[in-house]
Design a protein around this ligand. Structure first.
Ligand SMILES: CC(C)(COP(=O)(O)OP(=O)(O)OC[C@H]1O[C@@H](n2cnc3c(N)ncnc32)[C@H](O)[C@@H]1OP(=O)(O)O)[C@@H](O)C(=O)NCCC(=O)NCCS
Length: 236
């Protein structure tokens, strides 16, 4: 079995352990070692969803063959913490809940995690360290950029494209063929009908701009950074 740690020790980190448990109940795949809290060791030794918080990186098992996934729900924080974990020598894992429906010719980047009930249509491409929460639908030929976070029920209709570090709120929908710029945010229950530039925050049906790059910023807008190569797994 491969050894695994989860980076982060909050609510979403528990959901990743749930995926691990369900994968292991089908086939013993991962030996889960514990959570690493990249911010502090204050919760060291506490149980979190019945498993130990190891503490800060100093308390983590040595890198080498230890894999990691990121249990942090902000694209910007995912980007920095995943880069840090990789610098320390930990290997990105891919977690796909057994209930996920995945077509042929789908690519999933290293470090990406996919929760229960998601559907990936033909030729969907997911970048590195993306997080697809519960019941997310990725339409055919759609692309999700590195570190993007798709909240429960979010949907990309066919051939939509998210650049890196996009955040889609719960039940947000991106219309077919539309492109969302790096670091942008689509609010919960919003329906995006237009293309979006970088670092833009939109809400509503149809979605309208709440804030955009250069106007003083929006607390929830992550900053763009270079995309990384996809080197994860692909379906036949
Ligand atoms: C879009 C979002 C990031 C904006 O957050 P924020 O910067 O704190 O924005 P505010 O709460 O200050 O709201 C600003 C305005 O936008 C409106 N608004 C915020 N979110 C909205 C949404 N999803 N749909 C419609 N209007 C929304 C507010 O009513 C407010 O309007 P007002 O200025 O007329 O009063 C946030 O509301 C959101 O939708 N987050 C996603 C949450 C989510 O799905 N989490 C998943 C966890 S698993």
């Amino acid at each position: 079995m491969n050894q695994l740690i989860i980076v982060g020790a909050g609510g979403y980190a528990q959901e990743l352990l749930w995926i691990v448990d369900d994968i292991n109940s089908e086939r013993q795949t991962w030996e889960f070692l514990g959570y690493v809290d990249p911010k502090s060791n204050a919760k060291k030794g506490h149980l979190h969803y019945d498993r130990p918080i190891l503490g800060y990186w100093d308390d983590a098992p040595r890198a080498g063959q230890v894999h990691f996934v990121c249990g942090i729900g902000s694209p910007q924080a995912r980007a920095s913490e995943c880069a840090d974990a990789e610098r320390r020598g930990y290997l990105p894992a891919v977690l796909v809940h057994p209930s996920v429906i995945c077509a042929r010719h789908v690519k999933i980047g290293a470090g990406t995690v996919i929760g229960a009930g998601c559907i990936l249509a033909p030729y969907a491409v997911l970048g590195r360290h993306c997080a697809l929460n519960l019941g997310v639908t990725i339409g055919h030929n759609s692309q999700v950029g590195d570190y993007s976070v798709l909240s429960p029920g979010a949907q990309l209709l066919g051939a939509a494209k998210l650049e890196e570090r996009v955040f889609l709120g719960a039940n947000a929908t991106v219309y077919q063929g539309r492109r969302v710029g790096a670091g942008s945010v689509v609010g919960a229950n919003s329906f995006l009908l237009t293309n979006l530039g970088p670092a833009t925050s939109v809400v509503g049906v149809p979605a309208k701009t709440l804030s955009q790059a250069g106007d003083g910023g929006h607390s929830s807008v992550p900053r763009p950074k270079d995309s990384a190569l996809i080197d994860g797994v692909s379906s036949e």
